[in-house]
Design a protein around this ligand. Structure first.
Ligand code: NAD
Ligand code: TYD
Length: 353
């Protein structure tokens, strides 16, 4: 079996659902259930004995040690993190606590467990750390996309905390021999995405008749990957990745934010036209830019394509259509994640200025 951390969040839940759709192998899912974690993301697994959910913190060493001893996983896949750049600007403390200290404690528990394994199991064990392209910093408009050898130049508290965790993972391999793998992926989108991030926020706000807040000039570029393609990349790296290596994951889909928002508006015009006959794009409003906003991210995915034969299944056009349709089909999920804490965040971020 495998131990997944952060498996009630956006990517982690998609990964667990996909894993159990592809494999018979069980999953122990350790998640703290912060504001971003949602057990209902895993509702379709109720009654499935292959999924064991445990609410807890990756930094709780006694708990992690107990889970490792009880379930004896052959791999750990670490998604658990604080993940939202804007929140990291308002309050970086939790980012240091989970992304740096939490990863450190998880690595230590994994190391002690791995060191005590028999030779065959020790050889097969993997610690896969899920990270981001944001650790590389920002790119000039014509600069080549990030390769795995690009220097680390994180600019936000979020990306700095992820960079620190990547360095710890690297050091635990070089110093202790822990068999690690690291993936650095571009921006994900798809089902179960918490509506504080750009794509789900725009869909949810558009349908609610609210403003669509574009930061600054809207010309910041992100490289978008459908979440299921990220999941297939992680499965492939876990299966065949070379120990100690890092793999950049992306789908060659660079787009400026304003184009993303316009695409969402056009899809909604088609799939759920406004009752008043107007266009959703009328709801776009330009708002104050994010401090220290990275201008451009872009992933060079040739290493994972060449070495592991991985390719995304979706284009941006097919993926964004599926995503908008998913939000239209799941109003109960959307309503249920918009709790008091969510409304508090929206008012702090978008209404306070
Ligand atoms: P998310 O915020 O949706 O989910 C994070 C999950 O981790 C939540 O379920 C939360 O409850 C859990 N968690 C937080 N702190 C924890 C702790 N101390 N112990 C146990 N669980 C804890 O994030 P996401 O978008 O699903 O991202 C998952 C991972 O992928 C993160 O490591 C993130 O850095 C990385 N990543 C995200 C993207 C993206 O576009 N979202 C892109 C590349 C990499
Ligand atoms: P986000 O989804 O927060 O991901 P990240 O900052 O990790 O890339 O934001 C994606 C881009 O969209 C980023 O350039 C910031 C921008 N953005 C807006 O313009 N308005 C918004 O309300 C949000 C949440 C993001």
């Amino acid at each position: 079996m495998i131990l997944v951390t952060g498996g009630a969040g956006f990517i982690g839940a998609n990964f667990v659902l996909d894993w159990l759709a592809h494999h018979a192998e069980p999953v122990v899912n350790l998640d703290k259930l912060t504001y971003a974690g949602n057990v209902h993301n895993l509702d379709s697994l109720r009654g499935d004995a292959r999924h064991v959910f445990v609410q807890g913190d990756i930094g709780d060493t006694a708990l992690v040690e107990r889970l490792l001893a009880e379930h004896h996983p052959r791999a750990i896949v670490n998604f658990a993190a604080e993940s939202h750049v804007d929140r990291s600007i308002h309050g970086p403390g939790e980012f240091i606590q989970t992304n740096v200290v939490g990863t450190f404690r998880l690595l230590e528990a994994a190391r002690h467990y791995w060191q005590a394994l028999g030779a065959t199991e020790k050889e097969a064990f993997r610690f896969l750390h899920v990270s981001t392209d944001e650790v590389y910093g920002t790119l000039a408009p014509a600069a080549p996309a990030f390769t795995e050898s690009h220097g680390y130049e994180p600019n936000s508290p979020y990306s700095a905390s992820k960079a620190a965790s990547d360095h710890l993972v690297r050091a635990w391999h070089h110093t202790y021999g822990l068999p690690v793998l690291t993936t650095n992926c571009s921006n994900n989108y798809g089902p179960l995405h918490f509506p504080e991030k750009l794509i789900p926020l725009m869909i949810v706000n558009a349908l609610a008749g609210k403003g669509l807040p574009v930061y600054g000039d809207g010309m910041q570029v992100r490289d978008w990957l459908y979440v299921k393609d990220h999941c297939s990349a992680i499965r492939r790296v876990l299966q065949a990745g070379r120990v100690g290596e890092t793999y950049n994951v992306g789908g060659w889909n660079e787009k400026p934010n304003i184009e993303i928002v316009q695409t969402i508006c056009a899809l909604l015009d088609e799939l759920r036209p406004r009752a008043d006959g107007q266009r959703y794009a009328q709801q776009i409003t330009y708002v104050t830019d994010r401090p220290g906003h990275d201008r451009r991210y872009a992933i060079d995915a040739r290493k994972i394509e060449r070495e592991l034969g991985w390719k995304p299944a979706e284009t941006f056009e097919t993926g964004i259509r599926k995503t908008v349709q998913w939000y239209l089909d799941n109003p109960a999920w959307v309503e249920q994640v918009q709790t008091g804490a969510y409304r508090e965040w929206v008012s702090q971020q978008y209404e306070a200025a």
